[in-house]
Write a protein that binds this ligand. Structure first.
Ligand SMILES: [Zn+2]
Length: 224
């Protein structure tokens, strides 16, 4: 998450919270929402980004971070995201990141105060960061094979493949996109070799460069 000061439609200055991979303005620290700065269906005007000091009283108070300062929305929403991820891990699958997925998660968590709905975009961004961090981690000593990983809220990074990862085959040519699991990554004199388990097929091996061409990383198996 990036923080930059932004100017609202009335000329007030707030602290904006941005997607650090795409530069998308998600919300303001005071929780007023991105439409305080951007009109619906329009892109953020770069002229809205400013070095001027904050003038919004709530953003200022949060930024002051004195002992009496209200909780920073960024911290609060990160805690929500951690709770949603922990709940998903207990169930053994990654969380759904759409609004309905969040609603169900919060029902399950009984976390309604203060209302979380307003802050789904920020919670989603924190979850995306956590899932990306997880996708970038593999067991120590794994030979390095890098494949593309698409962040949920935008941006592609290269992630290493490890045992227990779920990959998706690039089906742009075949029209089908099977999900497979990595059961081994070994180093051989000819380079890294990845063993793949795919439903209805005997396990097969491919070289690191084939794996990088054929697959995207989806996520790590929560049980791995
Ligand atoms: Zn503000």
């Amino acid at each position: 998450m990036d923080h930059r000061n932004v100017i609202d439609h009335q000329g007030g200055v707030h602290e904006g919270l941005f997607n650090s991979h795409t530069g998308f303005l998600i919300d303001l620290s005071c929780g007023a929402g991105r439409y305080k700065i951007v009109r619906p269906y329009e892109q953020l005007d770069p002229a809205r980004i400013t070095e001027s000091p904050l003038s919004c009283p709530t953003c200022k108070e949060i930024d002051g971070a004195g002992p009496a300062a209200p909780r920073h929305l960024n911290d609060l929403t990160r805690e929500y995201a951690e709770a949603v991820l922990a709940l998903a891990d207990r169930r053994g699958y990654r969380p759904a990141l759409d609004n309905e997925g969040f609603r169900l998660a919060f029902d399950g968590l009984k976390l309604a105060k203060p209302p979380a709905e307003k802050h789904y975009p920020l919670i989603r961004e924190h979850l995306t960061s956590m899932l990306t961090e997880r996708a970038l981690t593999v067991p120590e000593g794994t030979p390095q094979v890098l494949v593309e990983y698409q962040r949920y809220t935008g941006g592609v990074v290269l992630a290493p493949i490890g045992v227990g990862d779920r990959l998706m085959r690039n089906g742009i040519a075949s029209g089908h996109w099977p999900i497979v699991e990595v059961t081994a990554v070994e180093s051989t004199p000819d380079g890294a070799v990845v063993t793949i388990r795919e439903k209805n097929w005997p396990p097969y091996r491919c070289s690191g460069s084939e794996a990088a061409r054929w697959f995207f990383k989806l996520d790590r198996n929560p049980g791995a």
